[in-house]
Design a protein around this ligand. Structure first.
Ligand code: KG4
Length: 352
């Protein structure tokens, strides 16, 4: 089963060929970071135009790298939500046109479900059919969620952010610190040699609580908007904290507060989650400090954990083709609807 995946939900144009849901034959990602950098964030109109320019060469490069012909493909899979409407439209339109031209089916894939699946692209990780329930910490630029996944597609939402996503908090924090876009890697770099305990930033919603918010236990939810505000006030009150000598400490302390909040919830949820292990997915999962902190938590609690390989953490099409392949092998053909879905929800079970 050979599937061509296409991803264009935000600021990466990506195409990939994946065999039998797990073997990545090619993985081409064209990042638009340089185009958006002057604006400090993604500009949707620039993104969709850049997707239009990059789509054909990126798809051709993925086919070339995989060394296959169009006829060898079984299907095309494309992200149809969530994401920026005008960006999603570029990928979906390209996939539809290509499907018509080469006479292959086109499947629609949920971007966040694909992030959750991305861990299975690691050949060292057991396949989805040999895995028990997983506790997934999904940390991207737009989402921060804790999910219990039993089989592909069967997800229970346990907790999520009530305001900013952790990636968003890093991106906005980096802007305040003058570190540029994207903020996560910029903060990670700036924090090298910094003391993460030097500045005290808030760990939002920390502590036990049996209050529920929108059906979710508050103690399993996240809040990062106060962290960002605390940084703003810190800089306003003490501009010298951004001097070359202090900046590494501020960056390290800010990053530490964000990751402590993530780990606090994981530690709280893990004992009752009845899961085989924790998996870390999404762009922020590339962060080495976050991985080191999970190593330490695992050593303390015995919680096994595994992260998606770095190449498949940030947006990519291998996770799209991989999930589509895995679903097809289960006899499911994920339908592509007639539109794109900027706010497409994951199909959660009712047990919150
Ligand atoms: O998964 P992703 O590529 O896009 C979404 O689906 O949102 O995640 C992008 C996010 C951005 O917020 C970016 O700053 C963050 O991932 N990120 C990182 C690192 N690399 C990317 N955050 C922390 N450390 C990193 N090394």
């Amino acid at each position: 089963m050979l599937i061509l995946g296409i991803e264009s939900s935000c600021d990466e144009t990506a195409a990939s060929v994946v065999q039998t849901g797990r073997e990545v034959r090619s993985n081409v990602v064209w990042s638009q970071i340089a185009a958006h950098q002057p604006y400090g964030g993604v500009v949707p109109e620039i993104a969709s135009r850049a997707h239009l320019d990059a789509m054909e060469p990126v798809v051709r490069a993925a086919m070339h790298e995989a060394a296959i012909d169009w006829d060898d493909l079984d299907a095309i899979a494309v992200t149809h939500g969530p994401g920026l409407a005008s960006s999603l439209l570029m990928g979906v339109t390209a996939a539809r046109a290509l499907g018509l031209r080469i006479g292959k089916p086109v499947y629609g894939i949920h971007h966040l479900a694909a992030h959750c699946y991305s861990v299975f692209l690691d050949p060292d990780f057991p396949g989805p059919d040999r895995c028990g329930p997983l506790l997934v910490l999904l940390v991207t630029g737009g989402n921060t969620q804790l999910l219990r996944i039993t089989q592909m597609g069967e997800a229970t939402l346990l907790g999520q952010t009530l305001d900013d996503a952790v990636g968003e908090a890093l991106d906005k924090g980096a802007t305040l610190m003058g570190l540029g876009y994207p903020g996560g890697p910029a903060i990670e770099k700036a924090s090298q040699g910094g003391d993460p305990t030097r500045y005290d930033f808030p760990r939002g919603l920390k502590g036990a609580s049996d209050v529920t918010i929108a059906g979710l236990l508050r103690e399993r939810c996240f809040s990062f908007s106060g962290l960002k505000t605390a940084l703003r006030y810190r800089i306003q009150g003490d501009p010298a904290c951004l001097d070359a000598t202090e900046l590494p400490h501020v960056a390290a302390s800010y990053q530490e507060a964000a990751f402590d909040a993530l780990l606090d919830r994981v530690a709280r949820v893990w004992p009752d989650a009845a899961c085989e292990r924790l998996v870390l997915v999404g762009g922020v999962a590339r962060n080495q400090r976050l991985r080191a902190k999970l190593d330490a938590l695992s050593a303390r609690t015995g919680m096994p954990w595994h992260a998606t390989p770095p190449a498949y953490c940030t947006d990519n099409a291998a996770m799209i083709a991989g999930l589509a392949g895995a679903l097809c092998m289960q006899g499911k053909t994920p339908p592509l609807a007639s539109d794109v879905y900027p706010s497409l929800p994951l199909a959660f079970s009712s047990e919150h």
